[in-house]
Design a protein around this ligand. Structure first.
Ligand SMILES: C[S@@+](CC[C@H](N)C(=O)[O-])C[C@H]1O[C@@H](n2cnc3c(N)ncnc32)[C@H](O)[C@@H]1O
Length: 255
């Protein structure tokens, strides 16, 4: 449904232009069910833009990986999760200084910023394929006026396939960053990390397109589901956040 707005407008105006283009396309195709919904959507987009200006960050564009020569069938383009995604999915009292957060496919760093500003994580990590997006995330981190509760923030430029998930990570955020084999390999490595160092790991999956695979592993227990935005039509996995915990290896229970 998204229409990519080429960056011919200034970065500050681009999110609004993007929202207008997306809303027009959605109205034209009947998906928003008329101007009432389009109006609410635009109002929300304007609210997000004001939020970003206030806090000195830039995360709201939609960017195709083709722009960087990185597109592949199982890699998903950049589009940030809603600013309130984490706070809706993860109660603040479930996070302490011993917790480590990672966003796999962190883009311009919106969720990294939300994790570091809202929670008392001991460490917050973003892992992003695109150097350009990761550079923007670095700038956002340097310029943000958000008060960061966690000062240990690492932004890693890497394919998630080449990244070794640290064995102390306890909260994993996924905003539908990749699918298919890449998703399966990364999830396999995450489970292997839990088996190497058994611990509680919460996985927050926004737009959970690969949920069937996740549940099929038998290692992800659903904890809760969060939906986004009143008046948003719920179709398939989009607009949903599922929260899971990784369960122990079955043979570990016999030991
Ligand atoms: C839908 S965006 C989510 C961005 C961010 N997590 C957020 O919610 O604001 C998906 C991101 O995953 C990145 N990505 C896609 N494939 C990747 C891979 N194999 N390794 C690391 N990042 C990847 C894309 O470049 C894009 O920035």
């Amino acid at each position: 449904m998204s229409v990519l707005v080429e960056t011919v407008v200034s970065p500050e105006v681009a999110p609004v232009a993007q929202a207008v283009a997306d809303a027009s396309a959605a109205v034209a195709s009947g998906l928003l069910g008329g101007f009432g919904r389009a109006h609410r959507w635009l109002r929300r987009a304007a609210g997000r833009l004001l939020f970003e200006r206030r806090y000195g960050v830039r995360t709201a564009e939609v960017v195709s990986l083709e722009e960087f020569g990185l597109a592949r069938h199982d890699r998903v383009y950049y589009s940030a999760a809603n600013w309130r995604t984490l706070r809706r999915a993860l109660p603040r009292d479930e996070v302490g200084e011993g917790d480590v957060f990672v966003d796999l496919g962190s883009g311009m760093g919106r969720m990294v910023l939300e994790a570091a500003s809202r929670y008392r994580f001991g460490k917050v990590i973003g892992v992003e394929l695109s150097e350009q997006l990761n550079d923007i995330a670095r700038r956002n981190l340097a310029t943000t006026r958000l008060r960061l509760r966690c000062r240990d923030v690492e932004l890693v430029r890497s394919d998630a396939l080449d990244y070794r998930i640290p064995d102390d990570v306890s909260v994993v955020f996924l905003n539908n960053p990749f699918r298919g084999e890449t998703f399966e390999t990364v999830v396999g490595r995450l489970v292997a990390s839990v088996d190497r160092n058994p611990r509680r790991v919460t996985v927050i999956y926004f737009n959970p397109t690969e949920e069937e695979f996740l549940l099929g592993t038998g290692r992800f227990r659903p904890l809760r589901t969060v939906t986004h935005g009143r008046g948003t039509r719920q179709e398939g996995p989009f607009g949903l956040t599922r929260v899971y915990e990784i369960t122990e290896r079955p043979d570990a229970l016999d030991a």
